[in-house]
Design a protein around this ligand. Sequence first.
Ligand code: NDP
Length: 493
Amino acid sequence: MTIATPPLVSTNPASGEEVGRFPVADRAAVDAAVARAREAGHWWAGLGFAERRRRLLGWRALVTGRMTDVAELLHAETGKPVAEAVVETAAAISDIDWAARHARRVLRPRRVRRVLAVAEAAAHLEYRPYGVVGVIGPWNYPVLTPIGSIAYALAAGNAVVHKPSELTPAVGQWLADTFAELVPEHPVLQVVHGDGETGAALCLAGVDKLSFTGSTATAKRVMAACAQTLTPVVLEAGGKDAMIVAADADLDAAAQACVWGALTNAGQTCVGIERAYVAAGVYDAFLERVVERAGRLTVGAGDGADLGPITLPGQIDVIRRHLDDALARGARPVLGGPDTVRPPFVYPTILVDVPPDALAMREETFGPTLAVTPVDSMDEALRLANDSPYGLGGAVYAGRGAVALARRLRAGMVSVNDVLSFAGMTSLPWGGVGDSGFGRLRGADGLREFGQAKSIVVRQFPSLLPSRTFDRTERDVARIVKTYRLLFGRPPR
Ligand code: NDP
């Protein structure tokens, strides 16, 4: 007798109401999905750039037409306000559009300049699809984060098997179902449901590349699993982003951006602002504005609330631990405090005097909390901001020299006089450094991430320097030496 695996039941984090039930994919089911994807991938790659672009733009239009439907689903599964869900979906739509429109330009076969040493041959470069790409996603932005991989992988000619978070299976299923309306012939985009075990099975199922978005701890497990088969990985992991506010910044704009950057999606944002370093001369004025704005925000399950619930119940313990630790080390709440943790909600909390070694300064809190610290100079701001194992995103508010500060922030993405603006800039690569992972999604780099560079060298004339043959003579070797001395032997003037 075989015992059927119970289905994955997705619920609303605020009300506990059931959103949907999904079959759990065990190892065999994941293997079967990857095998189907391999066949589908051959067909999809064979369609060519123009037809894939047509289908992807059709999907873009369909998702856009139904963006309020998916926003409602996002609201139901994550608890985030519908308005925030719409903003998330809008960025994902832009991703599909950019990937579809630019794949041919970035990845198509092209001639590359030959080098003089092999002047007899033409150099060709193209980016071939990997075949099957596995995409593992988190629950906090379950449309935007997987689409950052899925759209680019599909545009590059790969088939995709997506494992959404066990908290957001309905959203993952919606993505695959809507894509299938435009591409009904073959299962080019499939979804497999389950918890971390299903994700681990996907890493071992023979995918040709694995794109992971989630916590740093899981990223390490994914990389270790993929190492067994030398499966290449893209890892988009956690963050502890900082905002730097200079003395000549527009303080109203900076405070507005800081509050949204820290508290959007109730702080459950990989690129959310968790630390602010502010020039001492404007610190009080900035803090006052931040507290006033954050104090006005509403929290609740209703559609009109600014902040929804904490989606992952276990995260509430992390947030509480970080707050308790900060307060025990002498931090002061200027808005909220320990009583702001009222499961499943956490109210906006602004802390000052948080020592640099507190958990709230070192580890990802992933809640609606912000630590604000005065600094005597921008050098000190950079030193403190960069003193983190993470390096995902960040923001700089400043007048003169703002871009120079952004360059010195140890992060993969920085917004200047704005916050999280890179999240909408789908033409630019997305990704971090250090514990925030490696590899890039989006933009031309994001397309190349899902194509394998292939070099083809076509001989056109007899060799001027016959080096790749046993038939070469002593005179040929002397000519090679002479030519190389001529070409490369002189130091630069
Ligand atoms: P997790 O690391 O807990 O999970 C991410 C995904 O990995 C989930 O689908 C999870 O499944 C799956 N998973 C768990 N264990 C394994 C395993 N051993 N092998 C393969 N897959 C596994 O992250 P969260 O879902 O909690 O997401 C929040 C994290 O994601 C934060 O750290 C946040 O910063 C980060 N993030 C990073 C982004 C970026 O672009 N850099 C963007 C968005 C979020 P299941 O959940 O079902 O257990």
